[in-house]
Design a protein around this ligand. Structure first.
Ligand SMILES: [Fe+2]
Ligand SMILES: [Fe+2]
Length: 205
């Protein structure tokens, strides 16, 4: 249960107000929707042509690069983690360092997906196996990361950070959302959650 005394709330995509930690947790639910779509997609690679698979993988990888990093991970790294460090958490060891390291691992996996999506040759059985390894690795990695933040780091932030700092955070998050075009990215992401087979939207082709 989040601390009810937190002030400073921003509107969620469905219009209800959220505080900074609820805002991050709501983004986690979005990410879980994307991970579910990726899992379904990766389980049915053989049902599509390599061209379709490549385009769709490119769409996933682009969304992860343009949404997960600048919209979500950067809010944590540039705002939440810095606030925790200002309030006594170490920068180079402990939970903040561990969460940063896991973000870097996510970025490395997205770079591998981007590279596989851009591969010009026909995918061999080994290529598909390798792709499944990267996609399922990313899903597992980010799912565990989200679990740790929801159940450990965020509750610690709520209990350790002053209410005033958490309230200011929502204003910073709103500015980052505007800069990254969050609303438009989320609208694009809706197409990822349709059950397969789906057609990649025109902007992804
Ligand atoms: Fe994170
Ligand atoms: Fe997160």
């Amino acid at each position: 249960m989040l601390t009810p005394v937190l002030e400073g709330r921003v509107a969620s995509p469905n219009g209800s107000p959220m505080n900074a930690i609820e805002h991050l947790m709501e983004e986690h639910r979005t990410l879980e929707g994307i991970l579910g779509a990726m899992e379904t997609w990766a389980e049915s690679l053989d049902a599509r042509t390599d061209g379709e698979n490549g385009r769709q993988l490119g769409f996933f990888a682009t969304f992860l690069r343009d949404y997960v990093d600048p919209v979500h991970h950067q809010k944590e790294e540039r705002v939440l983690f810095e606030a925790l460090i200002e309030h006594g958490f170490p920068r180079d060891i402990g939970p903040v360092a561990a969460m940063r390291r896991e973000h870097d691992e996510c970025r490395a996996l997205v770079r591998r997906m981007t590279s596989l999506a851009g591969s010009a040759h026909e995918w061999t059985a080994d290529d598909k196996e390798s792709l499944r390894g990267v996609v399922f690795g990313y899903i597992e990695h980010l799912s565990h990361h989200i679990f740790k933040e929801d159940n450990v780091l965020y509750p610690v932030a709520v209990s350790q950070l002053p209410a005033e700092r958490l309230a200011r955070m929502v204003v910073e998050f709103e500015a980052m959302d505007a800069a990254a075009g969050r609303a438009s990215l989320l609208a694009q992401a809706a197409s990822l959650w349709q059950p397969p087979p789906y057609s990649a939207p025109a902007h992804a082709l």
